[in-house]
Design a protein around this ligand. Structure first.
Ligand code: F6P
Length: 553
């Protein structure tokens, strides 16, 4: 039986607090010298300032009581121990095992989980070293210069985000590309300028059944063989040799990989207890390992591990993922926030919000609890964002002066990858000044008196007032190293976990994606012109398909 959080004493206490809640962050800062120290915490390399959030100590205490009543810590321990907390799929949830140290022990269903993880990691490391050193060669003996990862969802967003984030760590002469969409333009654009002789495809799919990935994998195979045939490099007899040199796969379904024609020796496995959106630190990250090398990947894993240990061991009052997850619950369920912005002031993190969207929204976009009963409260807020300062010139207007409450996470690092100067000005400092300025403007705003004191024409005074009390959390780290990236990802994984645990939902299934997949399959014949299939569909869809068929040249 899942706990209905609304039946807890803490929920009622929070509701009572919310009913009369007002906060003036200017006053809080003026009257409370300890606010910053008291609402700031560290987790490994991450410095997390929650002082500009809509929190009082009373609210925080009530949120911690809510976590206790909802047994969040027990549930966390069950996850780390390998209990089958993904109840609708009957699976353990063990992405945290992917970053445990060699020699640690964890046995689940008689399986030596950590031993298996490291055996597979060694295989991936060995493969990556061979590609990086030029020992792994294409069919004509040339070393690999381009790696194309074909995957979608968790088999794309994580590796792509991390590759972009860690570009300064990518080996010279190697480039990774990522093909995900079934829109043929995606694979076309990502292969049009490549040389088959020096290109390696990684087909990444947990299930190895995903329509987009298998279609793109077949297109890639055709592209490769056509190019090599046209150049007289392969004949029918040597096709499988070419596939073996230019295709590897990552999957939990190694039998299906073999069926596709990829040599099982060139396949890397993982396990059903790793959710797709939690898999960047498994063999799904193979493209990343090739790009940045095993040593840097090991550092990436160390970052995840540091936050796992913090989440598992830090007392509740200083436990950053716990506090941030609870803070989100406060915003969603008691203050009515519908979305949450993630704003990295680090250009290399430009894919981080997209990655976060799958992590958070596929996990917590649920309206039934784990026991099948309906939630009568909101869950899963909408995560979105763009890097700063770009977003400032696009959508921040709404955050500052719109009618909606949008909690924001600002992320920045002290040391830039490229310390460029504009004359005497350190450009990274301009970036950081913008970060700090935005969180200040959101929190403290600009009063009517201040606007008037600037001599503003009376009729536009209201338009120039900034209400303030718009919440933000600031997350800073020394630099965007592989370790810090691992820490950031693990932080958000556990924030997502905490929210799902309070809401009593299964954050690890994703049944909501299935219906669309099935209908797409059913509609494919109609789109291709099958009259019977067309007649069977609804009038709107039929008209859309008719439109398509009439317009298609
Ligand atoms: O359709 C959703 C989903 O199942 C995601 O959860 C997953 O990350 C993605 O599709 C890709 O799945 P696979 O890795 O099995 O191809």
């Amino acid at each position: 039986m899942s706990i209905d959080p609304t039946t807890t004493t803490a929920w009622q206490a929070l509701q009572d607090l919310a009913d009369v809640f007002t906060i003036d962050l200017r006053e809080e800062f003026d009257n409370d010298d300890n606010r910053v120290a008291d609402f700031t915490a560290r987790a490994s390399d991450l410095y997390v300032d929650m002082s500009k959030s809509l929190l009082t100590r009373e609210v925080r205490d009530a949120l911690l009581s809510l976590a206790a009543e909802c047994k969040v810590e027990e549930y966390r321990d069950a996850m780390f121990a390998g209990d089958k907390i993904n109840v609708t799929e009957g699976r353990s949830v063990l992405h945290t095992a992917l970053r445990r140290k060699q020699g640690d022990t964890l046995t689940v269903d008689g399986q030596d989980v950590i031993g298996d993880v490291h055996a597979e990691l060694d295989k991936v490391y060995d493969f990556a070293n061979r590609v990086r050193s030029g020992q792994w060669r294409g069919i004509t003996g040339k070393p690999i210069t381009h790696v194309v990862n074909i995957g979608i969802g968790g088999s794309d967003l994580g590796p792509k985000m991390a590759y972009e984030a860690l570009k300064p760590y990518v080996q010279d002469g190697l480039e990774c590309r990522f093909v995900s969409n079934i829109d043929p333009s995606d694979i076309y654009e990502n292969t049009v300028d490549l040389d088959a002789e020096t290109t390696l495809f990684i087909i990444a799919s947990k299930t190895f059944t995903t329509l987009e990935t298998l279609t793109n994998a077949r297109l890639a195979r055709t592209w490769l063989l056509d190019q090599l045939r046209d150049q007289g490099i392969v004949t029918e007899d040597s096709e499988s040799e070419a596939i073996a040199k230019h295709f590897v796969a990552v999957s939990t379904a190694l039998d299906k990989v073999a069926e596709f024609g990829i040599d099982p020796d060139n396949a890397f496995g993982f396990w059903d207890w790793v959710g797709g959106r939690y898999s960047v630190d498994s063999a799904i990250g193979t493209s990343l390992v090739v790009a940045i090398g095993p040593e840097n990947f090991a550092e990436f894993l160390a970052g995840f591990r540091a936050i796992d240990e913090h989440f598992a061991n830090e007392p509740a009052e200083g436990n950053v993922p716990l506090l941030l997850g609870l803070l989100n619950v406060w915003y969603v369920n008691f203050l009515g926030a519908e979305s949450h912005a993630v704003l990295p002031y680090v250009q290399y993190l430009h894919r981080f919000p997209a990655y976060m969207q799958q992590l958070t929204m596929e996990s917590n976009g649920k309206s039934v609890r784990s026991d099948g009963s309906y939630t009568e409260y909101d869950t899963g807020e909408i995560f979105w964002g763009e890097p700063g300062t770009n977003g400032q010139h696009a959508f921040y207007q709404l955050i500052h002066q719109g009618t909606r409450l949008i909690p924001c996470d600002f992320i920045a690092v002290a040391n830039p990858a490229h310390g460029l100067k504009d004359g005497e000005t350190d450009v990274h400092e301009l970036l950081l000044a913008n970060f700090f300025a935005q969180t200040k403007a959101l929190a403290f705003g600009k009063t009517e008196e201040e606007v008037r004191a600037e001599g503003t024409e009376e009729k536009i005074v209201p338009a120039r007032i900034f209400e303030g009390n718009k919440p933000s959390t600031s997350i800073m780290a020394p630099e965007l190293s592989p370790k810090v990236l691992g820490e950031l990802i693990a932080l958000y994984e556990h924030i997502t976990f905490v929210e799902g645990a309070v809401w009593g939902i299964d954050s690890f299934d994703q049944w909501g994606v299935e219906l669309g997949k099935q209908l797409a399959k059913d509609l494919t014949p109609a789109v291709a012109g099958d009259e019977k299939a067309l007649r069977e569909t609804d009038a709107s869809t039929r008209a859309l398909i008719d439109y398509y068929r009439n317009e298609r040249e």
